[in-house]
Design a protein around this ligand. Structure first.
Ligand code: BG6
Length: 495
């Protein structure tokens, strides 16, 4: 007799998913550093794109500010914004959309001893909007300027009930990170601070959460029983592009690893959050950081591309690294014994953003293995490519057609481009500015997380191994193969 189907298992609903995109409250957005590079390249074009996508608040004003020495009037700021959008934007500055956006732009200069034009511009913007709009300050200024800007916002009352977006770097070591956090917290409590790391705004980061926690296929594998090693690989083809002043004082470890790569690691390695909200996600991310062992300089390779010391503004004896590869250990029940290998550098062979989870080999081999496929373990991986818009590939071995049992490596690919229309995609900065206007801190880093990352970095910062030279266009210096042995770097892709 046929058995009746078992009753369907009810799906436990952790939290009601919101079906529609919520709209931010009315806002005055203040761009501090409005004449700078970041505002020009990312913020002004990004805000305009949000406006054309219908994602800005119903009523908003954008107030630009800078010291009086760089001040613009409203017309000058609008012309500046138009040039920025023309050069870097995805939407053309024309038509009604542009006219409306442009009309929302005003400028008010501010210096420590003369903040009145900014105060006046914010008051006027609030008057035009009416009601009680929110205030959001975006501090697009170098870290040295943070404390004085924050103090000015506190002193003048502008900070009252406002939110603040803070740009990286969040310090250069534990002591400076603590000082910076203290300066910010003297005026803004943590619930109003949005530390921006643009890597967390990439679609593929949210997709890691979807991949892991919305499917029955992947999460059961996501642990030390099934995964032997993890790689987070972000090589860049570009060199320092004339940013010697910034780079000499920073280096790749501080510029890329403490910020972007560690943040990705937090998402890849986290435990399932109890809910899809900021506190739960960030609690799990910080738990990963707390489980990280202090870095061992013996497991770090620092490199410098040949020719770096000859660049204008670089010390001819510079020890600054333009490349770093390292092993990170996450000492918790999920990951104990699984090495996380991180790599990033300038002037490398390719520009990529790739996370690879290497799966353990089956316990017994019963097939006459294709020697090439078996040799480097590539037929046994999950690869998440963070390129905007990105892809996820499961690489495995399959039987080649033919009379003999020959196995070959194949891939099951999910490609954003091929699966979805990219019309609604937001660039990382746009996504994060929108989240800040919505007051959602999920994709922003928390002060305790930042401080912990500097704490685990201390042994490396105190005793960095010497830099090793590498040729521009290569994959880095000698010694990076040994770092990951007995595994191999997933990149370069095999042709
Ligand atoms: C920035 C770094 O934060 O990120 C740059 O300061 C780096 O040095 C850049 O080139 C990389 O970002 P993306 O999104 O282009 O990979």
């Amino acid at each position: 007799m046929a058995q009746p189907d078992p009753p369907a298992q009810p799906v436990q609903q952790v939290q009601q998913v919101q079906p529609v995109q919520p709209s931010p409250d009315d806002h005055v957005v203040v761009l501090v550093g409005a004449t700078g590079d970041l505002a020009r390249r990312k913020l002004l074009p990004g805000l305009f794109h949000l406006a054309t996508a219908g994602l800005m608040p119903k009523r908003y004003r954008i107030v630009g500010t800078a010291p009086a020495a760089e001040a613009l009037d409203d017309a000058g700021f609008r012309a500046h914004a138009r040039r920025a959008v023309e050069e870097f934007g995805r939407s053309r500055p024309e038509g009604r959309a542009w006219e409306e956006f442009e009309a929302a732009l005003t400028f008010g200069a501010a210096d420590d001893d003369a903040p009145e034009p900014l105060l006046e511009a914010v008051r006027e913007a609030e008057r035009v909007i009416g009601g009680s709009p929110r205030r959001l300050f975006h501090l697009a200024v170098p870290p040295v300027a943070f404390p004085s800007v924050v103090a000015l916002l506190g002193r003048t009352g502008l900070a009252r009930d406002a939110r603040v977006i803070v740009e990286k770097p969040f310090g250069t070591d534990l002591e400076s990170a603590r000082a910076l956090n203290a300066a910010v917290h003297a005026v803004f409590d943590e619930s109003r601070v949005f530390r921006i790391d643009h890597f967390l705004g990439k679609e593929a980061v949210d997709n890691i959460l979807a991949l892991r926690f919305a499917n029955g296929l992947f999460e059961p594998l996501w642990n030390r029983q099934h995964i032997s090693h993890v790689q987070i690989d972000v090589p860049e083809r570009i060199d320092i592009q004339g940013r010697a002043h910034f780079f000499e004082g920073t280096g790749t470890f501080r510029d890329m690893v403490v910020t972007h790569l560690f943040q990705l690691l937090g998402f890849v390695a986290m435990e399932p959050p109890v809910a899809f909200d900021a506190q739960s996600l960030r609690d799990e991310q910080v738990k990963v950081f707390r489980s990280m062992r202090p870095l061992d300089p013996a497991h770090v390779v620092r490199g410098q591309y040949t020719g770096y010391r000859a660049e204008a503004g670089v010390d001819p004896a510079s020890d600054t690294e333009t490349f770093v590869a390292l092993r990170v250990e996450v000492d918790n029940w999920r990951w104990a014994g699984v090495p996380f290998h991180l790599r990033s550098g300038k002037a490398l062979a390719e520009g990529r953003h790739v996370v690879t989870l290497g799966l353990r080999e089956p316990v017994l081999r019963m097939f006459p293995f294709d020697a090439r496929a078996a040799a480097d373990g590539r037929g046994n991986e999950l690869v998440v490519d963070f390129a905007d818009p990105g892809s996820v590939t499961a690489r495995f071995l399959a039987k080649e057609p033919g009379p003999s049992m020959r196995l070959a490596e194949v891939g099951m690919v999910f490609d954003y481009d091929g699966s979805f229309t990219a019309d609604n995609a937001l660039e990382a900065y746009e996504h994060l500015i929108l989240q800040a206007m919505l007051g959602d801190q999920s994709l922003f880093t928390r002060s305790d997380g930042i401080e912990r990352l500097w704490e685990v970095s201390a042994p490396l910062l105190e005793a960095p191994p010497p830099v090793r030279p590498y040729a521009p266009g290569s994959w880095g210096p000698d010694g990076i193969g040994e770092l990951v042995a007995p595994y191999r770097w997933h990149l370069p892709d095999r042709g």
